[in-house]
Design a protein around this ligand. Sequence first.
Ligand code: FES
Ligand code: FE
Length: 425
Amino acid sequence: MERIIQDNVEKSEFLVNRRVFTDKEILARERAEIFNKCWLFIGHVTEIPEAGDYKRKKVGGRNLLFVHSQDGEIRALFNTCPHRGALVCREDSGNSRVFRCFYHAWSFKNDGELVGMPGKDGFPEGFNDEGTKNMKAVNRLENYRGFMFVNFDENAISLEEYLGNAKEYIDLVVDQSEYGMEALGGVQQYSVRANWKLLAENSVDLYHGMPTHKTYFDIKQAQDPNLKRVRLEGKGINLGNGHSVIEYVAPWGRPVAQWTPIWDEEFKNDMEKMKEKLAERFGEERANRIANYNRNIVIFPNLVINDIMAVTARTFYPSSPGYMEVQGYSLAPKGESDKHRLARNNNFLEFLGPGGFATPDDNEALELCQEAYNNNGEMQWNDISKGMVRGEGNALATDELQMRSFWRHYNSIIAASLNKEVAHQ
Ligand code: FES
Ligand code: FE
């Protein structure tokens, strides 16, 4: 196939081949080389705090059961019966010591061990001595500060090594709470008629902020005359391994520091106190960074952590080149007051929710792109050059360096797989 990207530093031009958004073969390659080999977010550890708690998850195309087993271990079990394959657990979440398969009623402890089969005398002695009839666990499940990831490649590097420079930004999110973060109940699930990589791009794309989300900013400014015209000043940073971040001032408010819309004296005082506490814990500079800056992080390939007017972790997976399923979680500091939590939830739903003021706009933009890729190759290249003239270390948050970082890494994986294939022929 023709090239995936054209990366012309001399001309300050960066192009992406639109076929990567529509081609089924590319998707097959992505499944094999990316989703089967990279660390993928499964959930936050606080989603299953008690022994027996479980959540059903779909990760990397697999049905998994994210479970807090009776022995205290957190596991990711493949949610498929070792007998004839039925989905064992059919509830989205709950608490149970045992999972029983609907089809022939084999039952399993919440660590996956087979403990009951009707008609046992029909099976040989020692039928499960090797444990092959237990529900299987994903071998690689690792935790970074409460964010849990799986990897279907047993030989993958450790999660910490994989996250690399992105750890610093996850730390800035988690450190805003003295007691850690917790996932709030429920998950937003929706689908978008667009390629999954368009959402990865969009999540670190501040360039689209003002035009796409004009309605939201107009409403905010009408609600609060103190809000000046929003200026999204900050930096775009390549974190390596395909990860990237935009870090920029938060003029319309943050959970810590300058919250709106409840812009009253009590709120202001609370925020000042929070900032003082942060300064005690981390010093002025880091406290300022935590409290007064937004960050949108992309962890390659498909996790977005937005620490903006609320905190969200979003993950997505393609069921076809032009269609993805999205799951969004809201995270909040543990022990937050009811008043702050209410304001957070309002902000979360208002901006980040699929029925809010921003997410539908983003989805509209993504679907417009996908729809218009349906030409016959007459318009082959997307342009992602903004800010390239400034050089790697000087990118603004409204530049497109973050996306180029994603694409360069993506290209290194997919192009290598294409070359391997060519070499074998
Ligand atoms: Fe589960 Fe038969 S498929 S018991
Ligand atoms: Fe947006």
